[in-house]
Write a protein that binds this ligand. Structure first.
Ligand SMILES: [Zn+2]
Length: 469
């Protein structure tokens, strides 16, 4: 019997490393990985000679803005950008309106995705209503999410109602989530310290994007460090599986490392802006609030890279956070009025591969961070997260020799701009396959809304404790 599709002549990133091979696909799955000399009969053959075939990216942290904020982005535009960026599973964050705090609201969100998503998806439920946590857990979600941050002086992206910084309430949430066995993702933040630090800047008359950047990184990132210290202690008290978001200080990395070394179920995430954008003050001077997300000063940026390389960080996820230009413009004079966050899902693979080609990070480690490790942590492995026989045929084919300059015109996200415009990158996605079908082919999005499917946790998750990666 011929297979449905043969990807012929690529260099394949398998779990055992990089090998020249053909990939045979039937239906939605990989049915064979063969030597180049063995070509099974196939209904369709696609020549991928010269391309690297990597497992599709699993982005566990993305803001699709639907429902509620579809002037910024929607499920179709976000998942088009995913397809172009090699992302085959994109997991949405709950700061939408209404936020998914109950099974009824979550089911409505899933229904929107079922109609619109081009790539596979899930939604991290808001864990802010303790009584709803046991009702939300069985619906196929991968994790809960809590923001400790509540914005000062604006109502988005961290609106009231989903921010929790009361330690008692956080502990109650952790206890409830621990019983479900699912991980909880937390945006760490110390609101009381932030209030004090902000007042200091404002008293000096400093309110622009520079002051905003400096406030969030003030005192060597004290607002991040005290929050993570407290979260780790609550993790210890409750046994919950804690996934710390936005790792970006050296002390946070040290604390996470120590908890991992004790074998505790603690993992963490690093975002593109900490590696390629907010780590350089020149970008902030040039782009103002368009570069914020957050400022990560040199010492912290170096520690963050070290965490990425040594396994203290488990996952690179995008925190794709599109906002309109008019929502960023205010930041030139008042950084607290501009909406925080930067779009990134379309380009982070190429940004990372550029650093692979520059020798900063091995390709194997890069693939672990963007695909295999998130799949294992959130229960999608072995169906997703690796190129192996029996897995979903979720594959991104990249041209490691190609170079491209990122432009605003090439942005598929509805916001229509990228802070990476003008950046030269190498390692360019050419095709993205999701469950055996092209959703991005020869540089064009060909996937249709409604093809994406809920990526449910399949396995009891692995590797959540301790060890280096
Ligand atoms: Zn986020």
């Amino acid at each position: 019997m011929p297979v449905d599709l043969l990807l012929k002549g690529g260099v394949v990133m398998t779990e055992g490393g990089l090998i020249p091979a053909n990939i045979a696909i039937t239906g939605e799955q990989i049915v064979g990985i063969t030597a180049l000399s063995e070509s099974p009969a196939a209904r369709r053959v696609v020549d991928v000679a010269g391309l690297h075939l990597l497992p599709g990216l699993i982005d566990t942290h993305s803001h699709h803005r639907e429902p509620g904020f579809t002037d910024k982005e929607d499920i179709i535009t976000a998942t088009r950008a995913c397809a172009a960026g090699g992302v085959t599973v994109s997991v949405a964050m709950p700061n939408v309106s209404p936020p998914p705090t109950t099974p009824e609201i979550l089911r409505d969100m899933f229904a929107l995705y079922e109609k619109k998503a081009i790539v596979d998806y899930n939604v991290n439920a808001a864990g802010t209503v303790v009584e709803e946590i046991p009702r939300l857990a069985p619906l196929g979600i991968l994790a809960f999410k809590v923001f400790m941050v509540v914005d000062t002086g604006r109502s988005y992206p961290h609106m009231p109602g989903i921010g929790v910084h009361d330690h008692g309430k956080l502990m109650a949430i952790f206890e409830a989530v621990a019983k479900t066995g699912l991980p909880i993702m937390v945006h760490p933040h110390d609101q009381e310290l932030m209030d004090h630090i902000e007042q200091g800047f404002w008293a000096k008359g400093e309110r622009d994007f520079r002051a905003y950047a400096k406030a969030y990184s003030a005192n060597d990132g004290v607002i991040w460090d005290t929050a993570v210290g407290m979260l780790l202690r609550l993790q210890q008290a409750t046994g919950v599986r804690l996934h710390v978001l936005h790792l970006q200080t050296s002390l946070c990395a040290k604390m996470l490392r120590a908890a991992k070394d004790e074998g505790r179920p603690v993992t963490s995430e690093v975002n593109p802006w900490a590696l390629w954008l907010g780590n350089d003050w020149k970008n902030i001077e040039r782009l103002g609030s368009y570069a914020l997300s957050y400022y990560v000063p040199p010492k912290q940026a170096e520690a963050t890279w070290q965490a990425v390389l040594d396994g203290t960080a488990d996952v690179i996820a995008t925190d794709h956070a599109p906002h309109l230009k008019e929502e960023k413009e205010a930041g030139w004079t008042d950084g607290w009025k501009a909406h925080t966050g930067t779009p990134s899902t379309q380009y982070y693979l190429s940004l990372l591969l550029t650093d692979v080609l520059n020798g900063r990070i091995p390709l194997e480690r890069a693939v672990e961070l963007i695909s295999t490790r998130p799949a294992k942590l959130f229960g999608l492995y072995p169906q997703k997260g690796a190129i192996r026989v029996g897995a979903d045929a979720d594959i991104v084919a990249v041209d490691m020799a190609a170079e491209n300059t990122i432009t605003n015109e090439s942005v598929l996200s509805k916001c229509g701009w990228t802070p990476f415009a003008g950046r030269k990158v190498r390692g360019i996605p050419v095709h993205t396959l999701l469950r055996g079908q092209f959703v991005f082919e020869k540089g064009e999005v060909v996937g249709q809304p409604g093809y994406g499917r809920l990526a449910r946790p399949q396995s009891s998750t692995t590797g959540t404790t301790g060890n280096r990666s």
